[in-house]
Ligand binder design. Structure first.
Ligand code: FCB
Length: 445
């Protein structure tokens, strides 16, 4: 099995960007080094029962110390670009002043990436809110949106020189809904009205930061990264179709509609008003300012049946389908349909697929990892992107999640998404078969 596109694919042109992605908390470790402040994930990990095996981010991939060898790996894969995130608790102290030691880490990293000719895509917020801000209400506190603007200002003033593309947030859905509505991610709160209010403040923070980033980084592209799963109805029954519509509205439209059209989905006011946040005059204009690109993270699809209490419930596909090691259905057709549908619904800016990948049951045997499922996953999803482009969707790049195995949030180190295997005892990295398949595919363009 290999990764292959049709010979005439636009994705083989030199201006289509291929990359790999990571996030600070998931790889850096060193969570007290150089005055890094505690973040909500440090506290969440330390709370019994929240993360599998009680895993935490204190060591992770020790990328804070091993970054040079990790850049060698990125080079070896032959990608055009690397997507990483900056840890807010590393670069800003409680008084809102710069922490130079933390900034130096990123300065060195970014300088080296640029020297190696690798394009740099930075995400400002990949879920590691400083805990002192959570203590004041976190994303439930509107003030946090204004403090994010200060943080974005600091980082883009200090690091703009090396960055090609800035994303304000990674996956507001996960940060707000998993963190404040479902309680399965940090900070672990769970009320329907919390999730949506947190989401609104995150979107507001995005909008408040945009003009500041543009001013500090006039040459870079500026956007946001959202995640979407394609929703299907569990059956053709009208109540299941309704359940699917609600799911799609709450998970997907709730995030893209304010960004693209400056409003939350009208449907909610009638059927689920408890999911509408408090919005102040002017907020929606701030949120819906134009962006240069929309980042899209895609992994799987879901199937929905009607549920009297919650309006929808998740059910398994009734057909025999393949799942990854994290239990997510493999559904490349869903990816293609999702992109094509969005393109019909909205006047979209250029899209970058900022994450896509699979968790597999990987084993290092005689120095090799034979992750055939991941190779098939990457091949089918890269081809799904190609089909969407053929159908008229403007997609400019694709990033595999992830460069290497890392801390998979509530799943700890138990789930592996890397193109590179990490032995957490020795911190040894081994390129998996999927990494070599990606490398071969990229070198043959
Ligand atoms: C996404 C996250 C990323 C990673 C993948 C598997 O939701 O953005 O950090 O954990 O899922």
């Amino acid at each position: 099995m290999s990764i292959k596109l049709p010979a005439n694919s636009k994705m083989l042109a030199p201006d289509f960007t291929f990359g790999v992605a990571t996030a600070a908390f998931q790889i850096e470790g060193a969570n007290t080094a150089d005055n890094r402040l505690p973040c909500i994930w440090d506290i969440f990990c330390a709370t019994p029962g929240k993360v599998i095996n009680g895993d935490d981010g204190s060591m992770a991939c020790d990328h804070y110390h091993l970054w040079q060898q990790d850049i060698e790996l990125i080079k070896e894969l032959g990608v055009d670009a690397y997507r990483l995130s900056i840890a807010w608790p590393r670069v800003m102290n409680e008084q809102g002043e710069a922490n130079q030691a933390g900034l130096d880490f990123y300065r060195n990293l970014l300088t080296k990436l640029k020297e190696e000719g690798i394009k740099v895509f930075v995400t400002l917020y990949h879920w590691d809110l400083p805990q002192h801000l959570e203590d004041k209400g976190g994303w439930l506190n509107r003030e946090t949106a204004y403090l994010f603007k200060e943080y974005a200002d600091l980082v883009t003033r200090e690091l703009a020189e090396w960055v090609d593309s800035w994303a304000t947030f990674n996956e507001p859905f996960c940060a707000a809904i998993l963190g404040y509505e479902l309680g399965i991610h940090a900070p672990g709160l769970s009320k329907p009205e919390y999730g949506r209010q947190a989401a609104h403040h995150i979107l507001l923070a995005h909008g408040l930061a945009l003009p500041v980033i543009r001013q500090n980084a006039p040459k870079a592209q500026v956007g946001i990264v959202i995640n979407m799963n394609r929703s299907y109805a569990a059956s053709a029954k009208s109540e299941d179709e309704f359940a699917c519509l609600i799911r799609e509205t709450l998970d997907n439209q709730f995030f893209i509609e304010p960004l693209m059209k400056g409003q939350y989905p009208k449907l909610l006011a009638n059927v689920a008003p408890q999911y509408l946040p408090q919005v102040l005059p002017g907020d929606m204009e701030i949120i819906s300012q134009p962006i240069d690109f929309l980042g899209m993270n895609f992994y799987t699809c879901n199937h929905n049946a009607y549920d009297a209490e919650n309006l929808f419930k998740d059910v398994k596909n009734s057909l025999p389908v393949e799942y990854t090691d994290i239990g997510w259905e493999i559904a490349p057709h869903a990816f293609e349909e999702l992109l094509i549908n969005l393109n019909k619904q909205y006047d979209l800016p250029p899209i970058f697929i900022t994450e896509n990948g699979a968790a597999c049951d990987d084993h290092l045997v005689s120095g090799q990892v034979d992750d055939d499922q991941r190779v098939r996953y990457l091949n089918s999803h890269i081809n799904a992107v190609n089909n969407a482009i053929e159908a008229g969707v403007d997609i400019r790049g694709y990033f595999a999640w992830s460069l290497m195995d890392n801390f998979e949030w509530a799943e700890g180190y138990n789930k592996r998404f890397g193109l590179v295997y990490v032995d957490y005892e020795t911190q040894q990295r081994t390129i998996k078969r999927s990494g070599y398949a990606y490398q071969t595919f990229l070198s043959e363009r």
